[in-house]
Design a protein around this ligand. Structure first.
Ligand code: UD1
Ligand code: CA
Length: 445
């Protein structure tokens, strides 16, 4: 049977106290809504519909370059979660499969849980995902009788007995699209918030003698984010999960609690990550690498058996081939480095291509920016750049060439040449003694 996923993201997020739409706040360097879309995609549904309202322009902007598998519908006035789903379900007019509703502010529902929900929704009329909350305040409570779900009571509308329950609603609900559509038409706004609650569908279904069931997930999967405090807790949970997963798939984290990942970080087996390393968005690292302490990587690709850091910074557009070594205090931006080349100490390499087996000496700088435009440096294979060379771009350095230390290179270097561009040295015999005497005579008393 076909499945469609509806993600609710139209709410204002008043409790965030922020001008940014709630679902654009980030965890693991990606907006909350991207986490939900990834969750939805994990079951390959026929359709993913996201309901937008507040901040729709900003949110659409974030996805303007993604494929069109993500569709948006607009909920003009935010009249509640039930109303939001009805806006989306109207768009599914000729769809008679199952619908799974996710909340845009609940980013951690796992792929495994999604599969369980999908399977269960084929057997029950309505399925709700619950969790045992360590602190249930704010969440709707599931009122159950053995395996049956009788109703959901919102925190604000609950009596003392109901408030004492800790089995809470995660927000995930599934059922046939036709049934949910029918139930939504019967909702009223008879509650403390004067809203159309999606959760009321359970009672309505029960009254029709239908079968409502629930599944229970880990509390961390159901963490709903309504405040910045919960956002920081979500970041903590995300990092814990990412670290555990990394260790499980064979990435050796020496001090896991000090390493930070992004939602899309990809690292290969047998790579060692030393303490205090940060993986910004868009990072791929191959197998058998070592990322040494205090390195910062973002939007870059590192092939197998490379060594990075300590204290290296790989900025967007860096592409390192196998066996490359990047040492301490090296910053690289928008550059390609071919097999087995080394940039070991104190360098800035920007807008550059480096061939295989080249060695870039300590303190080398590609002077890529003239204050107006950026220029490219091309360095060939087996090149030896002497320490403290300034390579003033645009520049081409031929294969097997060398530069003398301290050179300021402004002209292309042909293959096999040695380029020296610095003042010639002049040794004056006894000059040190003479100069000292002169300076002492002039010393101000
Ligand atoms: C909701 C549930 C509650 C559950 C909790 C889990 C209802 C009535 N309550 O409460 O049972 O325990 O989530 O985190 O469903 N939204 C819209 N349009 C609207 C209203 C909301 O798109 O008109 C979206 C919000 O952007 C948000 C999601 O729906 O992503 C949930 O809304 P929110 O106001 O955060 O509900 P809670 O009070 O957290
Ligand atoms: Ca919420």
């Amino acid at each position: 049977m076909d499945t469609a996923v509806i993600i609710l993201a139209a709410g204002k997020g008043t409790r965030m106290n922020s001008s940014r739409p709630k679902v654009l706040h980030e965890v693991g360097n990606f907006p909350l809504i991207s986490h939900c879309i990834k969750t939805a995609q994990s079951i390959n549904p026929q359709k993913i519909l996201t309901v937008l309202g507040h901040g729709r322009t900003e949110i659409k902007n974030v996805f303007k370059n993604s494929d069109n598998s993500i569709e948006f519908v607009i909920q003009e006035a935010q009249l509640g979660t039930g109303h939001a789903v009805s806006v989306a379900i109207e768009e599914l007019s000729d769809f008679d499969g199952n619908v799974i509703v996710l909340f845009g502010d609940t980013p951690f529902v796992s792929a495994e849980t999604m599969r369980k929900i999908e399977t269960r929704s084929r057997r029950a009329d309505l399925v709700v995902l619950g969790f045992h909350a360590p602190d249930p305040s704010g969440y709707g409570r599931l009122i159950t009788n053995n395996n049956e779900l009788l109703k959901i009571v919102e925190h604000k509308d609950a009596n003392d007995q109901e408030l004492a329950l800790n089995l809470c609603n995660s927000g995930v609900m599934a059922g046939s699209s036709l049934l949910i559509k029918k139930l939504l038409k019967e909702l009223d706004r008879d509650n403390k918030n004067n809203e159309l609650y999606l959760t009321d569908c359970v009672q309505l279904a029960k009254a029709k003698g239908l079968n409502c069931s629930y599944l229970v997930c880990e509390p961390k999967e159901a963490l709903g984010i309504n405040s910045l405090e919960q956002l920081s807790l979500a970041e903590k949970r995300f990092q814990e999960t990412a670290r555990t997963l990394a260790l499980e798939i064979g990435i050796h984290l020496v001090a896991p609690e000090t390493v930070f990942f992004s939602l899309d970080t990809e690292i290969g087996r047998d790579t060692i990550v030393e303490p205090n390393v940060i993986f910004g968005p868009g990072v791929k690292v191959g197998n058998g690498c070592t990322v040494k302490a205090f390195s910062y990587l973002e939007r870059c690709s590192v092939s197998h058996n490379c060594s990075i850091g300590p204290y290296a910074r790989l900025r967007p557009g860096v592409d390192l081939s196998e066996g490359v070594k990047i040492g301490n205090f090296v910053e690289i931006k928008n550059s390609k480095v071919a097999e087995n080349s080394k940039i070991n100490h104190l360098s800035y390499i920007g807008d550059t291509e480096i061939g295989e087996n080249s060695n870039i000496g300590a303190g080398t700088i590609t002077c890529n920016y003239d204050g107006v435009n950026k220029h490219k440096t091309v360095i060939g294979e087996n090149v030896f750049i002497g320490s403290n060379t300034m390579l003033v771009a645009p520049l081409t350095v031929g294969n097997n060439s060398m530069t003398g230390s301290g050179s300021v290179i402004t002209k292309d270097i042909p293959a096999d040449n040695l380029a020296i561009a610095r003042a010639m040295q002049n040794n004056k015999n006894g000059g040190a003694k003479k100069l000292r005497a002169l300076l002492r005579n002039k010393k101000i008393k």
